[in-house]
Design a protein around this ligand. Structure first.
Ligand SMILES: [Cu+2]
Length: 294
């Protein structure tokens, strides 16, 4: 310490650079901590080192592909690093040993080019199959239709009522008194009911009709492996999935959509068929519809 005190440049550096840097870092950490504690999201309590548990049928297939790529690249990474370190040691600089120049080996180069290329083409083919034939396949005819409208800062859901059909909608009709843009001339829209939570039956396909009232939002459920941006002025009706696990999930907006974005979320309840039918019947009752319409 005495040496430090005797050196004027060091003393100056501590005063002018180190101390202000520590104060600034402390201030930034305080802002970060305050910012974090004011926001709230579903807390992860299990499976912390891996993806959240998968809860849809298509999600399982997506996970298979992720696992395959993850383990394949992991194995290749370890193998190449082992070879790299082995060569580093084997061909290290030693006294009396002259370095030799190699022109390479065409056969070896061909092998290590063709094998990764074949793997990449295979992955491309399988990913395309998943994307078009699983995620973007035509939803089954018995799918439950749910309209989802995202707004600053929340989500609202609408179900087809007693007939199970949402009816026609038009993005130009979306507004404060018609959150889902329902076409008033279509009788199918009249018995629709609204819900603050997304209630879903297990093992039945669900087809979403996504709309935004204002800016770009997103429909993101990590456990479902479903992510879709919701764009104002455009109805997105191709998102569908089959929930396979009864439980509570959180729908989170995943597009920075304004000052309240951090808190833009909704509850999802995946329940048994019986429980869902009971809930649906209660919500379809005329007294509840009058309440929902307010
Ligand atoms: Cu949002």
């Amino acid at each position: 310490m005495t040496i430090l005190r005797k050196c004027p440049i060091l003393v100056l550096a501590v005063k002018r650079v180190v101390r202000p840097a520590i104060v600034l870092a402390g201030f930034m950490i305080a802002v970060l901590v305050l910012g974090t504690v004011t926001s709230s999201a579903a807390e992860r309590t299990s499976n912390l080192w891996w993806m959240p548990e998968v809860a849809t049928k298509s999600g399982k297939q997506i996970d298979q592909l992720i696992h395959f790529i993850y383990y394949l690249t992991g194995i290749v990474f370890v193998l190449t690093q082992v070879v790299y370190v082995y060569f580093l040691i084997k061909y290290r600089s030693r006294r009396g040993v002259r370095a030799t120049y190699s022109h390479g080996n065409n056969r070896l180069e061909l092998i290590w080019t063709v094998i990764p290329a074949a793997i990449f083409i295979g992955l491309w083919g399988y990913s395309n199959h998943l994307w078009w034939n699983v995620i973007h396949a035509e939803p089954p005819a018995d799918s439950l239709e749910v309209a989802v409208t995202a707004y600053q800062f929340g989500f609202s859901f609408q179900y087809g009522g007693a007939d199970g059909k949402l009816g026609r909608s038009n993005v130009n009709l979306i507004g404060n008194n018609n959150l889902f843009g329902n076409d008033p001339n279509d009788p199918l829209t009249r018995d629709n009911f609204q819900s603050g939570i997304l209630e879903l039956p297990v093992d039945r396909p669900v087809r979403l009709r996504l709309n935004s009232k204002d800016v770009i939002h997103a429909f993101y459920v990590p456990q479902f492996r479903v992510y879709q941006d919701i764009i104002p002025g455009r109805t997105i009706d191709w998102v569908w999935f089959i929930p396979t696990q009864i439980g509570s999930y959180q729908l989170a907006c995943n597009q920075l959509c304004g000052s309240g974005h951090y808190n833009m979320k909704a509850q999802i309840e995946v329940v048994s068929k019986q429980e869902f039918d009971k809930w649906y019947k209660e919500k379809s009752a005329p007294s509840n519809k009058a309440l929902a319409a307010r």
